[in-house]
Ligand binder design. Structure first.
Ligand code: F6P
Length: 363
C-alpha cells in the first residue's frame, strides 16, 4: 500500500528525547513526500477530545535538544478504558472507545500511526493493531523497563540527573554526619536507582527486584559509621519493597489510573534514624528526572528511532516496535515488547560490580 499520510502520538509520562523522535520522524516522512499529522495528548486527538495538527518542517525546527513533547501527553488516556462520569457527582465508569479511534483514523485518511510510548501506551498500540490499526511503536520511558530493546530513550538523561543530585548530597551528608535517603523513579524496575546509585557511589541501593531487610540496611550504615565514615547515602527506587510489608503508595489506584508510588524515602529515613540513632533526611527527586534537555546519547537513539519507525511504515512492518539491538536499531514484534516488564536481572554484572565495591542491596 502506498503511504500518503501518517500520524504521530506521544503517550504516557514524558521523557527527554520525545521531541527528537518527532523531529526525525517528521523530516524523514516529509522527505518521502508524505503528509504528517500530530495527534495531541496520547490518543486523545483520535477521540476528538484534542486536535490533530499538520506537522511541517517548521513545526519541528530546533526541538532536538528540548525536553518534553510538542504534542503533549497523558497517562490517563486509555481508549479501551476511557473514564466517563454519567452524572456530575456520580461514579466514574470506564468505557471502551477504541472503535472511535479506528473510525477517526480512517476519517482523517491516515495510513499509519507511529505511537511513541512506554509500557502502557504500547499495550494500547498493540490492542489497536489487533483491531486493524496500522501502527509502529517507539519505546520511551525514563524507567528503561520495556522488554525487547536494550534501552529506551530518556533513561540516560534521567540517570545523569539522578547521579548529579546524589553526588551533591555527599558533602552535606558528611558535614552533618547524616544518612541521606534519596527516592528515584522506578515502580517495577530499579534501573535508575541501580545506575545512578552505582555511578554516584551510594552505600545502599534498594530496587523492587531485591526485597530489602531493614536490619541489613541499618547494619551496613552502622558499619560505615564505626569505620569512621560517619555518613551514608541510600538510594531507593520508588517501588522498593521490604521483605515483609508493602511498597509505599501516595495514591491508591482508581478507575482508569494506576496507584502512584511515593514515600519510601521518608519511611526509610524515619526507620533508619529510629533503629541506628543516626540523624537521617530524605528527598524525592520525582519529576526532575523526566525534565531537561536530553543527553547526547538519548538524542541519538531518539533520532534513530524516529527515522527507523518511518522506514518500518514504508516497508509495511506494522505491529512492530523499533528497538535498540546494538549496533543496530531494528523492528521487533510489539507483542514481545509489552509481554512483560524488563526488570534488572539479579545476576547482572552491574549488580555484581556494586556488591564487589561494597554496596548493600539490603539483602
Ligand atoms: O513511567 C515513568 C514514571 O516516571 C514512573 O517511574 C513514575 O512512577 C510515574 O512515571 C509518575 O508519573 P506521573 O506522576 O506523571 O503520573
Amino acid at each position: 500500500m502506498a503511504i500518503r499520510r501518517i500520524a504521530l502520538s506521544t503517550g504516557g509520562g514524558d521523557a527527554p528525547g520525545l521531541n527528537a523522535v518527532i523531529r526525525a520522524a517528521v523530516l524523514t516522512a516529509l522527505g518521502r513526500g508524505w503528509e504528517v499529522y500530530g495527534v495531541r495528548k496520547g490518543y486523545g486527538g483520535l477521540l476528538g477530545e484534542e486536535p490533530i495538527e499538520r506537522l511541517e518542517q517548521a513545526s519541528v525546527r530546533g526541538i532536538t535538544h528540548i525536553g518534553g513533547t510538542i504534542l503533549g501527553t497523558t497517562n490517563r488516556g486509555n481508549p479501551f478504558e476511557w473514564p466517563v462520569r454519567q452524572q456530575p457527582d456520580g461514579p466514574v465508569a470506564l468505557v471502551d472507545r477504541s472503535d472511535e479511534v479506528l473510525a477517526n483514523f480512517r476519517r482523517h485518511g491516515l495510513d499509519a500511526l507511529i505511537a511513541i510510548g512506554g509500557d502502557g501506551s504500547l499495550q494500547i498500540a498493540r490492542r489497536l493493531f489487533e483491531k486493524g490499526l496500522p501502527v509502529v511503536g517507539v519505546p520511551k520511558t525514563i524507567d528503561n523497563d520495556l522488554a525487547s530493546t536494550q534501552m529506551t530513550f530518556g533513561f540516560d538523561t534521567a540517570v545523569q540527573t539522578a547521579a548529579d543530585a546524589i553526588g551533591k548530597l555527599h558533602s552535606t551528608a558528611e558535614s552533618h554526619e547524616r544518612v541521606m535517603v534519596v527516592e528515584v523513579m522506578g515502580r517495577h524496575a530499579g534501573w535508575i536507582a541501580l545506575h545512578a546509585g552505582v555511578a554516584a557511589t551510594a552505600d545502599v541501593i534498594l530496587i523492587p527486584e531485591i526485597p530489602y531487610d531493614l536490619e541489613k540496611v541499618c547494619a551496613k550504615i552502622d558499619q560505615r559509621y564505626r569505620a569512621g565514615r560517619r555518613f551514608a547515602i541510600v538510594v531507593a527506587a520508588e517501588g522498593a519493597v521490604p521483605l515483609e510489608g508493602a511498597p509505599a503508595y501516595s495514591e491508591v489506584a482508581g478507575p482508569g489510573r494506576e496507584a502512584r508510588y511515593g514515600g519510601i524515602a521518608e519511611r526509610l529515613a524515619r526507620e533508619i534514624s529510629e533503629r541506628t540513632g543516626h540523624e537521617s533526611r530524605s528527598l524525592v527527586l520525582g519529576h526532575l528526572q523526566r525534565g531537561g534537555s536530553p543527553s547526547a546519547f538519548d538524542r541519538i537513539i531518539a533520532l534513530r528511532f524516529g527515522a527507523a519507525a518511518v522506514r518500518c511504515v514504508a516497508e509495511g512492518h506494522f505491529g512492530t516496535m523499533v528497538a535498540l539491538k546494538p549496533p543496530e536499531v531494528r523492528a521487533v514484534p510489539l507483542e514481545d515488547a509489552v509481554r512483560h516488564i524488563k526488570r534488572v536481572p539479579l545476576d547482572s554484572d552491574t549488580i555484581l560490580t556494586a556488591r564487589e565495591l561494597g554496596t548493600s542491596f539490603g539483602d
